[in-house]
Design a protein around this ligand. Structure first.
Ligand code: HMG
Ligand code: MG
Length: 306
């Protein structure tokens, strides 16, 4: 199959990237990261999550971050909302501070659903349904994240049929597009394609994105495997930040810098300025006191210094 000629990336760094950080990161730093990402050309940014601060303390400043960002026209800003409480908090601010898109997040694995959001898959769908309806009614877009579509830290390998089942449930409550997530980064190309194919039975290819953690170094090749199926939306984190506090041992998302380097090298447009993106990754990494977790960033910075 001919590969897509352009790709849309959602940088999930400010949310997925930072949620797992033990050291407190100030709202100003998070806002600074969002600004640098939009300046680099990202058209979609996952900014924060409206979850319980007891579960994920790092995201407790969600409203402050949403208030502080200066929005760039045309950019879509999304937030995670697991229940009505989270949704109501996300729209408690004036309308101009509302997210453009909310994300309900479920799992193809029962055990992960329990650990991450404290309820079964069926209960999660019951909780999401009114959130989805309320968001659509207010003109806010709705995405559904599907965790553990290839493997689960508690249940091991996940059958594609479970992914298809979750996709069908998401579709049934009005979710507009879904992320096929390899939460713990265990997937390999054929397994990722099987999860994508199970999702394609319920969602159009334009409504599916890949969300690959890079624990086993497979995220780029899994991205290519998804591109081969025509998928052209992907999520990644600048500087390769990320991880889920309820998925022990899982490392960050694939670095946005590495995905952009690969795509541009293949002649696939992203609209992103790789140099500015690298600087955004350096900014957040310096704030965290570490090196960016991106090989492309390292190579290009070495060349710059040379
Ligand atoms: P629960 O304890 O079952 O909720 O948590 P509850 O309704 O029984 O309420 C208990 C307490 O939490 C109450 O407070 C509520 O008010 C409060 P208390 O009376 O004890 O003081 N509460 C909330 N507070 C703020 N915002 C809310 C909210 N809801 C209830 N929205 C809940 C259920 C979902 C809230 C909890 O399990 C939670 O917050 N989990 C966090 C999950 C999370 O953020 N995980 C990481 C993101 S998912 C991810 O990273 C995967 C992804 O990247 C894709 C992939 O890679 O797979 C998306
Ligand atoms: Mg994730």
């Amino acid at each position: 199959m001919k590969l897509p000629s352009q790709v849309k990336l959602v940088d999930v760094g400010p949310r997925d990237g930072l949620q797992n950080e033990k050291q407190p990161v100030s709202a100003d730093i998070k806002i600074g990261l969002v600004h640098r990402l939009q300046d680099a050309g990202l058209m979609e940014i996952e900014v924060t999550s409206f979850v319980s601060p007891k579960w994920v303390p790092q995201m407790a400043d969600n409203a402050e971050v949403m208030h502080g960002i200066v929005r760039k026209p045309g950019v879509r800003y999304s937030v995670l909302t697991p229940n009505m409480k989270g949704f109501e908090a996300a729209i408690a601010a004036p309308r101009e501070e509302w997210p453009d898109e909310i994300v309900v997040f479920g799992a193809a694995s029962e055990a992960f659903s329990q650990k991450n959001i404290n309820c079964s898959i069926a209960e999660s769908i019951e909780r999401f349904a009114p959130v989805v309806a309320a968001a659509l009614e207010k003109g806010i877009r709705v995405r559904g994240a599907m965790s553990c579509t290839v493997g689960c830290p508690y249940e091991g390998e996940i059958a594609p049929a479970k992914v298809g089942y979750l996709a069908q449930l998401m579709k049934g409550i009005g979710v507009q597009r879904v992320d096929v997530a390899d939460t713990i980064g265990v997937g390999t190309p054929r397994k990722v394609q099987a999860a994508m194919e199970a999702t394609l039975a319920h969602f159009d290819v334009d409504a599916i994105s890949g969300h690959f953690h890079d624990t086993y170094g497979q995220a780029l090749v899994n991205t290519l495997a998804a591109l081969e199926l025509g998928v052209w939306n992907f999520q990644s984190s600048s500087a390769g930040l990320g991880g889920c506090p309820y998925a022990k041992g899982a490392t960050g998302n694939v670095a946005t810098e590495d995905v952009v380097y690969m795509l541009h090298g293949m002649g696939i447009a992203t609209g992103i300025d790789l140099d500015k993106l690298i600087d955004a990754g350096v900014y957040i990494s310096e704030a965290l006191g570490r090196e960016p977790n991106s090989r492309a960033s390292k190579a290009i910075r070495t060349k710059r210094a040379g």
